[in-house]
Design a protein around this ligand. Sequence first.
Ligand SMILES: [Fe+2]
Ligand SMILES: [Fe+2]
Length: 261
Amino acid sequence: MADITVRKIRFSFEEPFDFDVPDERLGAMLPPLGLSMTMPYLEPYLIRSMKVALREITDPQLADDARRFSQQEGHHYRNHALLNEQLRGKFDSATADALRAIESDLEADYQRFSRTKSLRFNLAYAEGFEAMTCALALAAAEHGTFDDEMLPGGEVWSWHMAEEIEHRTVAFNVYGHLVGSYPYRIVVGTWAQWHYVSYIRRFANCMARGLGRNPVGPKSPVQRAALRNYLRTWSPRYDPARIEMPAGVQALLDHYSAMAS
Ligand SMILES: [Fe+2]
Ligand SMILES: [Fe+2]
């Protein structure tokens, strides 16, 4: 059984957004902001998939993990929706409308997946997303970027990334319990990652156009570490249960436990 605490927190997002930064820094800021834009659609889709899975999960401990996973994701996307509202407000109305159009496309995709795709597909998508996010969160933890104030939104990032590491085993174990196929995890998981990342690019490019900027920068050490972690998820021996909780992340989780209502 995973050790998952549900922390109900609402951040206030009062600090100003500053896009007047060098190209390299803007290039590092826009993909995470694109990620934030996907959350109010991606995370409810994961929750819908878990809800269907829960009808078939026969292991009570795994069912409890799946419920806690969904509750954590529910608090994540509600905070990101608040952040995204602020974010859209920083752009002119044409860019804000263009961002909303991408949001509608993404929501239409996820609603269609929930309606028409098999549970097997939706669970492989969930695990593809979770494996990729955990790889990124571990890289951020390794490089101390959890403490960085570089991203608008402040602590929402460290809270969210720490909880992604905390619930790292759930989608993998639910997939293993109900589906289990390694090739299918890789094929659909990789397609899911491509589908998801293509939306992050659309959001980031849209924001860059809205700012009249074309930020391109070299790959950061965090991105290189994330890629290394990500490639390990392709191994047939990959199991997120073998990943140790990094030093510092537990302290963050304890800090947010104390903050939660
Ligand atoms: Fe999340
Ligand atoms: Fe997650």
